[in-house]
Ligand binder design. Structure first.
Ligand SMILES: [Fe+2]
Length: 392
């Protein structure tokens, strides 16, 4: 059977098989760089990527797990650098690209940890003057420029876009480069302008404290986009950005018990205004299955009544107060005045935003796109430009 996809050819010693050994249930590969990887036979059979069994590159598997007999075994060989297995129970043949196998080595805890992306956290001093930036005009037809933004948001949680036309129609064009606009009761775009008697605080010219947006949604907005049509004439309305992951990292060192509590007790956020009844309850710090911090949700203005066991209530208030105080600490606040024609993209699961007050005619357009679509575009670009094969 031929694989249904093309892998890049690699000649790195890490991707060259030196020898293969099998015993009853497992297969051990020794690589030319001396590393060994152990794969279970059931896993190898499951990951056959021939046309009949599945398609690694498309992410579809046709073979049914119940068809793999217990103690499934094979005869191994190496041909043209590729691992070939002939399965004993049905004579089916599987061929594996060595770089795919190496990229999916699960037998070393180190390799498994390496595969998890580690965001680079920052304080204000570290980010001030160093905000990653791309050029909108260049990004129109330059994949590498767009990938630069994706990579920056993935690693630092934030990226600026310059040279965006300060025109209404450019907001959705910009968003469309990186995903699909997610519509809410505000519509597709929220206009941030100073308006008389505003019902939403964003439309009063007052300073706003650091927060992540709309924690009462499931999920909250993913990648936020501020597109400035007009900066305030008085140079107010400065964006104040804070890395929530950095705060969490510092809290973990300073007060591990508070960190633990905020990772476990649910804190409700809610919004009940005309036509809207949104509510969600999650810990401020959410971790993924691998124990890595994945979502930071906090907005003092929209927090609801905390519902935890009585013996935890005072500790919970102390921990929430502690993390709020940290978010209000200027050492985490990176300031940037968005000029007309500039946009800021940031990960609302991580980076808090705030702003200073203003007295001019400031007009910023806010929209957001789902993280899933944003990272879908990122994987496509990584694959197209760098041949990354281990992202699916
Ligand atoms: Fe906000």
């Amino acid at each position: 059977m031929q694989p249904s996809h093309t892998f890049r050819n690699s000649s790195k010693p890490a991707d060259l098989i030196q020898s293969v050994m099998d015993d009853e249930r497992t297969t051990t590969i020794t690589w030319q760089d001396g590393h060994t990887s152990l794969f279970h036979n059931v896993w190898l059979r499951d990951n056959c990527s021939c046309d009949e069994c599945g398609d690694h590159s498309g992410g579809a598997r046709f073979y049914e797990l119940r068809d793999i007999p217990p103690n499934v075994s094979h005869s191994p060989s190496i041909a043209n650098g590729r691992l070939m297995l002939e399965w004993a129970h049905d004579g089916h043949k599987t061929e594996y690209d060595p770089s795919w196998l190496r990229a999916h080595d699960y037998s070393s805890a180190e390799a498994r940890t390496e595969r998890r992306h580690q965001p680079k956290t920052w304080t204000a001093a570290e980010m001030q003057g160093n905000v990653p930036s791309i050029d909108y005009v260049k990004a129109q037809d330059d994949d590498a420029e767009r990938l630069k933004l994706h990579d920056a948001v993935r690693t630092h949680g934030i990226c600026m876009v310059t040279n965006v036309p300060a025109k209404i129609e450019a907001t959705e064009e910009l968003a469309g480069m990186f995903g699909f606009v997610r519509e809410t009761h505000y519509g597709r775009i929220f206009e941030i302008k100073s308006t008389p008697n505003p019902t939403i605080i964003a439309n009063a010219p007052v300073p706003l404290r650091p927060h992540t947006d709309e924690n009462f949604r499931e999920p909250p907005p993913g990648i936020m986009i501020f597109h400035t049509i007009q900066a305030s004439e008085d140079r107010g309305g400065v964006s104040v950005m804070t890395d929530g992951f950095k705060i969490a990292e510092d809290l973990k060192k300073e007060d591990p018990a508070a960190y633990e509590l905020l990772s476990n007790v649910p804190i409700p956020h809610r919004r009940f205004i005309e036509g809207v009844g949104l509510r969600a309850e999650h810990p401020i710090l959410t971790h993924d299955y691998f124990g890595q911090l994945s979502q930071f949700r906090l907005n003092e203005r929209t927090m609801g009544p905390i519902d935890v066991a009585p013996e935890l209530m005072e500790q919970t208030y102390a921990a929430v107060t502690k993390i709020l105080e940290m978010t209000y600490d200027p050492k985490y606040h990176m300031h940037h005045l968005l000029e007309s024609g500039q946009a800021l993209l940031f990960d609302n699961a991580r980076v808090m935003h705030a702003r200073t007050g203003f007295n001019g005619n400031r007009h910023v357009r806010l929209t957001h796109i789902g993280s899933d679509e944003f990272y879908s575009r990122w994987r496509q670009l990584r694959n197209k430009l760098h041949g990354d094969i281990n992202l699916i």
